[in-house]
Design a protein around this ligand. Structure first.
Ligand SMILES: CC(C)(COP(=O)(O)OP(=O)(O)OC[C@H]1O[C@@H](n2cnc3c(N)ncnc32)[C@H](O)[C@@H]1OP(=O)(O)O)[C@@H](O)C(=O)NCCC(=O)NCCS
Length: 163
């Protein structure tokens, strides 16, 4: 029963990298590598994992700055998709960007990734355009859809950055 499942967020740590790589492999034709994830940790990107009963079932990585934030990646293990968890995880990323004072958040997504595009639209992202042949495929290349969302200045960021 779902109510019995203990769901919690945590910062992505080195010990989570292998599980996140597994999620990547079931999500992307050209998944991120261990080096990509280590690089995110070294750069101090805002990186969360979602755990259920202590096991990592999702992750998201955000590069944050005052001017703009970039959602670099988000994914859930395939058996946990379509239950509202992605929306919740993305909500956490939006909140972090807002609290840090970002004015806008940007992302790129494969043109064929209807589920992710629907998720982004559901949380208020707008389409800005296409980047032609941006992603590799097993055969050929695929366009990226560029999306963004303007963020409100939160109470916290207002109090940090006023004057
Ligand atoms: C994209 C992803 C993170 C979404 O997470 P999720 O938990 O499956 O999505 P949710 O259940 O929270 O649903 C959020 C929205 O996505 C859309 N969505 C979810 N499942 C969908 C489906 N099967 N078909 C179409 N739209 C769908 C809906 O708009 C939904 O909003 P709604 O419930 O109000 O209708 C997840 O599917 C995933 O990990 N996919 C593989 C990795 C990936 O593509 N990452 C994006 C890289 S840019």
């Amino acid at each position: 029963m779902n109510a019995m499942i203990e769901t919690e967020y945590d910062y992505l740590g080195v010990e989570d990298i292998e599980t996140v790589l597994d999620i990547e492999r079931e999500s992307n034709p050209f998944p991120w590598t261990k080096n990509n994830l280590q690089d995110c940790l070294e750069k101090g990107y805002y990186s969360l994992v979602l755990r259920q009963d202590k096991r990592v079932i999702g992750f998201a990585i955000l590069s944050v700055s005052i001017e703009e934030s970039h959602l670099l990646n988000i994914g859930l293990t395939s058996t946990k998709r379509g239950q509202g968890l992605g929306k919740d995880l993305l909500g956490k990323m939006l909140l972090a960007a807002e609290v840090m004072g970002s004015k806008k958040i940007f992302l790129e997504v494969r043109k064929s990734n209807t589920v992710a595009i629907n998720l982004y639209k559901a949380l208020g992202f707008k389409t800005n355009g296409l980047r032609k042949n941006y992603y590799r495929l097993k055969e050929g290349r695929e366009d990226a859809v560029l999306m963004s969302k303007s963020l409100r200045k939160s109470f916290l960021s207002k109090s940090f950055f006023s004057n």
